[in-house]
Design a protein around this ligand. Structure first.
Ligand code: ADP
Ligand code: ZN
Length: 613
């Protein structure tokens, strides 16, 4: 990981500070020192001459230094050898004893300010500077910004139970009733461990939360800690492995040590699959960073006792790729599945996220929930937020129903790109392409109804046909997939039919259709010739963090058969699309022309055109 710019700035700031301090000190030194040195030096023979001529009134002896005061007020400095006494030295230089007697001789022992400046300061100042430097870096380390110094430490984010602002409870998590029910037991244990320990009950050490991204895994884990009122250590698995090799394991140790110290507590490891993938399949050798970290987690979990009262929760959206070692008893043996929310849950989630946003009276969240099958909790949170942003941008005080409805598409497809201007020709081609999709969809019984057709580009798509299922769906039939394939081919077929030409606009459709057809054949057992057989079972290979191709577990002959089946599904879909469009050519023209004129057709308008004759 690269240091963030702000950290770099902090560091250079520090150095500048140290430099400034050093400069100030050395300036002070030279000033003070210069002050001492400003007096003129006398040689001993000159001094003796001056004594003999009775010019000297006073001599102060400080070690080997002599400060000399003359009658005329001048000051001089002189030096003698340190070992011999002053009188003796002067005698050697031929001083007249009676003249010396008239001089006021003062022997001063070193002390006071001079002593401080001369002896203590040179020793103390560097020590102070070094201490200061260490203190400043230490402070940075505590802030978690000087990463180079923290590499052994866990860097987990902690939410303490007294942090009422970030505290989440089960009330804040809508839906996922079964998951909450399962997790209540954990809350109970963390709240009242004695009850469980006394009866000798074994409490799971590890809970694995499984579910699609954005279904609220992190949120739910936080809610467990919020309910139980215990500290929550949050760590993303990818953060274990960062800058230096060997860091992951020590971070893990550190994290567990911290958590045990503040037990009862929860450790939450996000994206467990980033380190917990099946071992030994990769090309990175047997001892890469990932594996060491994983091993350390297992060691820590095995070493934990029930009375450590630490529960490890982990989240993954790929439970299928997890190393079985993680799932063994005594490790993540409790598994909780989080599903995508159904219509009631969606309404609840919308309510939660709309709570502190003023809504117009007309707003019916139920309608929004109806229109958003397949949305995750995070998508819905995003949707409400987008709607609020739009309302605020238009200087409205409340969020309206239309804001919410428009945000649905924004969340699905990305923002509209009105600036993306199509030429007349492109507009015509796009219009026929989308009209093709829409008309095929509208003509097939098993296809989802068309919600909107548009040639305004959004995100990466030049135009789009938005269709949404009428209700939540858990099972998909072969007829549905066939309709889906035909509808994918609708754009391509329309271009071919109308212009006898094909553009790159259909490439994405073709890619998606091919992938779907391949799944029908190799995974869903929906091909007559191959039947119910799973082909190409995943053998995940990780190389530099990327998945390499899945290993083939079937013969060359089967491969040929698969290709043939995929091709025949696609051909069939294309034929179907062509036949529909040829038959309803006048409708196709009508839809396309309306699109060229209006750019966007809503569901009702579209239905009207299709129904008319
Ligand atoms: P995950 O960890 O499963 O990827 P998060 O827990 O990070 O998902 O959820 C992301 C966001 O989505 C949350 O911060 C919350 O705003 C919203 N969210 C997801 N599920 C729910 C839910 N069941 N109820 C309320 N909000 C939810
Ligand atoms: Zn298309």
């Amino acid at each position: 990981m690269k240091p963030k710019p702000s950290q770099v700035k902090n560091w250079s700031n520090n150095f500048i500070w140290v430099l400034v301090i050093l400069m100030v000190i050395s300036a002070a030194y030279s000033l003070l020192g210069g002050g001492l040195q400003q007096k003129k030096e006398l040689s001993l023979s000159e001094l003796v001459a001056k004594i003999n001529s009775e010019e000297v009134t006073e001599i102060r002896v400080i070690d080997s230094a002599l400060e000399i005061k003359l009658k005329n007020g001048e000051d001089f400095l002189a030096h003698k050898e340190p070992e011999t006494g002053l009188t003796e030295t002067l005698k050697n230089y031929g001083v007249q004893p009676e003249k010396l007697g008239k001089v006021n001789l003062n022997v001063v022992s070193r002390g006071g300010f001079n002593f401080f400046m001369g002896v203590i300061l040179p020793i103390v100042v560097p020590v102070i500077i070094i201490a200061l430097f260490i203190w400043m870096t230490a402070r940075q380390v505590q802030r978690g910004s000087a990463q180079a110094f923290t590499f052994g430490q866990s860097r987990a984010r902690l939410i303490s139970p007294d942090n009422t602002k970030e505290r989440i409870t089960f009330k804040d998590v809508a839906g996922v009733k079964e998951a909450k029910e399962e997790l209540k037991e954990i809350v109970d244990f963390l709240k009242n461990p004695k009850k469980f320990l006394e009866i000798g009950a074994k409490i799971p050490k590890g809970v694995l939360l499984m579910g699609a991204p954005g279904t609220g895994k992190t949120m739910l884990a936080k809610a467990v800690s919020g309910e139980a009122g215990v500290p929550f250590f949050h760590m993303s698995a990818s953060e274990f492995i960062e800058m230096f090799v060997g860091v992951g394991a020590s971070r893990t140790r550190d994290l567990f040590r911290l958590a045990k110290k503040s037990a009862p507590s929860i450790i939450f490891i996000d994206e467990l699959d980033a380190i917990g993938r099946i071992r030994g399949a990769g090309l990175g050798g047997g001892h890469d960073e990932r594996e060491q970290t994983l091993n350390q987690i297992l060691v820590e979990m095995d070493g934990m006792e029930t009375d450590d009262r630490v529960i490890v929760m982990a989240a993954t959206n790929r439970p299928d790729v997890l190393d079985p070692a993680l799932l063994r008893p005594g490790r993540f043996d409790r598994r909780v599945m989080l599903d995508l929310p159904d219509i009631n849950d969606r309404e609840e989630i919308l309510k939660i996220h709309a709570k502190n946003k003023p809504l117009e009276k007309e707003v019916e969240l139920r309608r929004i929930a109806e229109r958003t099958p397949g949305f995750s909790g995070a998508d819905l949170a995003n949707l409400v937020n987008e709607a609020a942003i739009v309302a605020a941008r238009e200087d409205r005080k409340k969020v309206g129903q239309m804001d919410l409805i428009n945000s649905i598409e924004k969340v699905i497809l990305g923002p509209e790109r009105k600036s993306h201007i199509l030429s007349q020709d492109e507009k015509k081609i796009s219009a026929y392409h989308e009209a093709g999709h829409a008309l095929v969809a509208a003509s097939m019984k098993h296809a989802d109804p068309v919600h909107k057709v548009s040639i305004v580009s959004r995100g990466r798509a030049a135009g789009y046909t938005l269709k949404l299922p009428l209700e939540d769906r858990h099972l998909y039939s072969r007829s549905h997939f066939r309709a889906e394939l035909a509808m994918s081919m609708g754009g391509y077929a329309a271009e071919k039919l109308v212009f006898d030409e094909i553009t790159t606009g259909a490439s994405d459709d073709i890619r998606k259709a091919t992938a779907l057809a391949r799944n029908l054949v190799t995974r869903f057992g929906m091909s007559e010739k191959i039947g119910p057989m799973a082909l190409g079972e995943k053998e995940e290979m990780i190389f530099l963090g990327r998945e390499l191709t899945t290993e083939r577990n079937y013969s060359e002959d089967t491969a040929k058969l698969i290709d043939k089946e995929v091709k025949s599904l696609l051909d069939e879909a294309y034929e179907k699309a062509v036949s529909i469009l040829t038959e309803r050519r006048s409708k196709l023209d009508k839809i396309a022309n309306t699109l060229i004129e209006k750019e966007t057709l809503e569901r009702e308008e579209f239905a009207k055109i299709v129904a008319s004759n």
